[in-house]
Ligand binder design. Structure first.
Ligand code: AP5
Ligand code: MG
Ligand code: ZN
Length: 213
């Protein structure tokens, strides 16, 4: 099963991905997480990406497509995968189609989490993420059992550098200009499921499981 989670910054892609991993045993491929790891390690790709990420801009397509090519060729993707935060531009979506065709696989479902802009800033600025496993929590909407500690792995919870009100506004405008058009792209292919991302986390998970079967 090859699926993609689609939605604005803070729509709940990362949150839902963790439940899908648990149930279906397929890996989450978050280009954001891969880039943050590269920034932390200080690799040349990380150094390049850092400037874009901190400015709330998209990282160039060529870098992202290179990351995905390498990641999808790994063994753990053979039984399926969850794309989170990729593709984000038409060029990325087209490159993914070419790549998957070459690999003899296809995208089975695109799950869109629809959340209005007014709710996004509060979600993103109150988010806390695990330093070790990347799980997302929220100080108000989804608090961890112990403050500052990840429920899943015990790692330390931190705030992402790009989770400020100022940067999220820029990320949202990039989303509307470059990523939102992919909604129609996948609708035309008949694989898009449009979900209300403002519902409770558990309820959305149930709807996703219903769709995936
Ligand atoms: P990335 O890491 O992908 O960030 P994003 O798309 O901005 O998405 P987020 O991770 O912010 O949101 P999410 O949907 O995962 O929300 P979450 O589940 O955490 O990308 C970061 C940067 O990397 C980009 O800006 C860009 O520079 C670069 N990049 C990455 N991929 C790229 C690509 N393909 N091309 C070019 N550049 C790329 O939830 C958010 C918060 O809300 C949490 O606190 C959570 O607890 C809470 N929450 C979740 N669901 C609910 C709910 N139902 N109700 C209430 N609260 C909820
Ligand atoms: Mg995320
Ligand atoms: Zn963790």
């Amino acid at each position: 099963m090859n699926i993609m989670l689609f939605g604005a910054p803070g729509a709940g892609k990362g949150t839902q991905a963790k439940f899908i991993i648990d149930r279906y045993g397929i890996p989450q491929i978050s280009t954001g997480d891969i880039l943050r790891a590269a920034v932390k390690e200080g690799t040349p790709m990380g150094l390049e990406a850092k400037q874009f990420m901190e400015a709330g801009k998209l990282v160039p397509d060529s870098t992202i497509i290179g990351i995905i090519k390498e990641r999808l060729s790994m063994d753990d993707c053979k039984k399926g995968f969850i794309l989170d935060g990729f593709p984000r531009t038409l060029a990325q979506a087209e490159a993914l189609e070419v790549l998957m065709k070459e690999m003899g696989i296809k995208l089975d479902k695109v799950i869109s989490l629809n959340v209005p802009d007014e709710l996004i800033v509060g979600r993103v600025t109150g988010r806390r993420v695990c330093k070790d496993c990347g799980a997302s929590f929220h100080v108000e909407f989804n608090p961890s059992k112990v403050e500052g500690v990840c429920d899943l792995c015990g790692g330390e919870l931190i705030q992402r550098k790009d989770d400020t009100a100022e940067t999220v506004t820029k990320r949202l405008s990039e989303y509307h200009a470059q990523t939102a058009p992919l909604f129609d792209f996948y609708m035309e292919r008949g694989i898009l499921a449009d979900l209300d991302g403002t519902k409770d986390i558990d309820e959305i998970t149930k709807e996703i499981f219903n769709i995936l079967g």
